[in-house]
Write a protein that binds this ligand. Structure first.
Ligand code: UDP
Length: 317
C-alpha cells in the first residue's frame, strides 16, 4: 500500500488497537484513534501523540460517532477483551459489540469506508470441532459468564454481514485467536500478563484447573500483518487469524518461566466456568486468501514481551 489513507481505529488505545495505530502510521497513513479508555490506556499511545498524522479522540463508540472529512477505513477494535474485563463490564461489553458495531458500520456506510470487525475465537465457544475452521458454528453458552462477550461478537458478525449484504459496505471479519505481546495490561487477568507478572515478581504462577486445557498463542506483530492483509483483501466471509502452535497452559507457563529466567513454582486455582478445553485455529483459509502465516516463534515473542514487562514493572517500582 503506497497510497496514504485516512483510518479510524476504535479501541485504538488498547493492546491490539495501539499496535494497529503504530503500524498504520509507519506505513504512512493518517490515524484517528478513538477510545473511551475503559480498558484502554493512554500510555499505549503516548509515543504516537507527537506524530502529525495521529489524532486521539476520547469517545465511547456506543454513542453517535462523528468524524469530519474523508475516511478510507474503519478498524473496529473497541471492546473489553479479557475474561476478567468482560465479567466486570458485562453491560458495556454487550453495548460495544452491538450498539458500537452498529455506529461504526453506520459511519463506514456514510463515508464509503472499508471496514474490519475484530471478532474472536470466542464465537466458537467451547468448541466441539478441533482445530476450528471458519465454517464451524460454535458451541456457545449464551447465559454463561462468557455469554456477554461471545454473543456480543456473534451479533457484531451478523450486523457486519447485514451491512455488507444490504448496504454494500466493504466489510471484513477477523476471528482473532489468543494473541500476546507488549502492552497487554498486567492486571487484565489473561494468562500471559498474569504469568509474566508472577514470574518476574517471583510469585507462583496461577494455573487454572490442572493446566491441561490448550491454547495457541500468536505474537501481536504477526496478527497485525494479517489484519491489514484482510482489510485490503476482497474476502467477504470471516477469516481466522492466530498461531496454530497449540500447547497446554502448563507448557505455556513453563515457556514463560524459561523466557523470564524465573524459578517460580505453579499453584492450581479453580478452572473458571465455561473455560474452553481446547483452542487452535485452522489457518488454511488465511494462508490461501491472504498468503499469511505467523513468523515469530514463541521463544522470540516471549523474549520481546519479557523486555516490555520488565520495563513496566521497574516503572511501577
Ligand atoms: N489461565 C490460567 N491462569 C491465569 C489466567 C488464565 O491458567 O492466571 C488459563 C485460563 O483458565 C484459560 C487460559 O489460561 O484456560 C487462557 O486464558 P485467557 O484468560 O488468557 O484467555 P481465554 O483463552 O480463556 O479467553
Amino acid at each position: 500500500m503506497t497510497e496514504s489513507l485516512r483510518a479510524l481505529v476504535t479501541g485504538g488505545a488498547g493492546f491490539i488497537g495501539s499496535h494497529l495505530c503504530e503500524r498504520l502510521l509507519a506505513d504512512g497513513h493518517e490515524v484517528i484513534c478513538m477510545d473511551n479508555l475503559l480498558t484502554g490506556d493512554l500510555a499505549n499511545i503516548e509515543h504516537l501523540m507527537p506524530e502529525a498524522k495521529f489524532t486521539f479522540v476520547h469517545q465511547d463508540v456506543t454513542d453517535y460517532i462523528h468524524v469530519a472529512g474523508r475516511l478510507d477505513c474503519i478498524l473496529h477494535f473497541a471492546s473489553p477483551a479479557s475474561p476478567i474485563d468482560y465479567l466486570e463490564l458485562p453491560i458495556q461489553t454487550l453495548k460495544v459489540g452491538s450498539l458500537g458495531t452498529h455506529k461504526a458500520l453506520g459511519l463506514a456506510r456514510a463515508k464509503n469506508s472499508r471496514f474490519l470487525l475484530a471478532s474472536t475465537s470466542e464465537v466458537y465457544g467451547d468448541p466441539l470441532v478441533h482445530p476450528q475452521t471458519e465454517d464451524y458454528w460454535g458451541n456457545v453458552n449464551p447465559v454463561g459468564p462468557r455469554g456477554v462477550y461471545d454473543e456480543a461478537k456473534r451479533f457484531a458478525e451478523a450486523m457486519t454481514m447485514a451491512y455488507q449484504r444490504f448496504h454494500g459496505v466493504r466489510a471484513r471479519i477477523v476471528r482473532i485467536f489468543n494473541t500476546y505481546g507488549p502492552r497487554m495490561r498486567l492486571d487484565d487477568g489473561r494468562v500471559l500478563p498474569s504469568f509474566m507478572g508472577q514470574a518476574l515478581k517471583g510469585e507462583a504462577l496461577t494455573i487454572f484447573g490442572d493446566g491441561s486445557q490448550t491454547r495457541s498463542f500468536c505474537y501481536v506483530d504477526d496478527l497485525v500483518e494479517g489484519l491489514l492483509r484482510l482489510l485490503f483483501s476482497e474476502e467477504e466471509m470471516p477469516v481466522n487469524l492466530g498461531n496454530p502452535n497449540e500447547m497446554t497452559i502448563k507448557q505455556f507457563g513453563e515457556a514463560v518461566l524459561k523466557a523470564t529466567g524465573s524459578s517460580s513454582q505453579f499453584i492450581e486455582k479453580p478452572l473458571p466456568e465455561d473455560d474452553p478445553k481446547v483452542r487452535r485455529p485452522d489457518i488454511s483459509k488465511a494462508k490461501r486468501v491472504l498468503d499469511w502465516e505467523p513468523k515469530v516463534d514463541l521463544e522470540d515473542g516471549l523474549a520481546r514481551t519479557t523486555r516490555y514487562f520488565k520495563g513496566k514493572l521497574s516503572q511501577q517500582a
